[in-house]
Design a binder for this molecule. Structure first.
Ligand SMILES: [Mg+2]
Length: 190
């Protein structure tokens, strides 16, 4: 069983970084429920979004805050099965470089457990029993359709307000690790 771990929205705070970049930090804790379209939320075009991000260069990606649960999630998963970061850079080569720097600054220059590829390619890796943890419902649907086991990492942007209880930091983490541990046990029993 391989575990693939998305970065933006799961390990690192992409949404927070974008909100700050566009001068709306107050949105971070009040992000609208179940709204994936961050450009629409900020009332800007996709082009404005990605141009401004590109102008910040590699450092914007490399310096993105890790979420407080990042190490517990990473290590808890890695105790179950080897973890590979699986993340989709933008078309800007600085995004690719910055994501690699983000990983290396935490796991060391020589770490090799990452695949950086466009989102539509993620599902090409979905072998039976392999797990993807991702905050994108589309990525999870594609992964499941390709035969893998997707785990939607809950955030306000992929969750209806009635399910707010799923966002409790500690429970979200422990629930994820528990369920993936169970999935691993089921795989081993087969
Ligand atoms: Mg993501």
């Amino acid at each position: 069983m391989n575990i693939y771990l998305d970065m933006d929205g799961v390990c690192c705070d992409f949404v927070g970084a974008v909100c700050r970049l566009f001068g709306k930090p107050e949105l971070i804790d009040n992000y609208p429920w179940d709204q994936w379209d961050i450009a629409g939320i900020l009332d800007i075009t996709e082009e404005e979004l990605w141009t401004k991000v590109s102008n910040r260069g590699m450092e914007w990606w490399a310096d993105m805050d890790a979420y407080p649960w990042f190490w517990s999630l990473y290590q808890g998963l890695d105790d179950l099965s080897p973890v590979t970061f699986l993340s989709s850079p933008t078309h800007d080569p600085q995004s690719l470089a910055g994501k690699l720097r983000w990983i290396q600054s935490r796991l060391g220059y020589r770490c090799t457990n990452y695949i950086l590829t466009p989102r539509k390619n993620k599902a090409l890796l979905a072998r039976p029993g392999d797990i993807l943890i991702d905050d994108s419902p589309k990525s999870i649907d594609d992964w499941n359709a390709a035969g893998g086991i997707g785990w939607l990492w809950r955030q306000r942007w992929n969750t209806e307000p009635a399910l707010e209880c799923l966002l409790d930091s500690e429970e979200r983490l422990s629930h994820c690790l528990k369920r993936i541990g169970e999935i691993k046990e089921n795989c081993n029993e087969r």
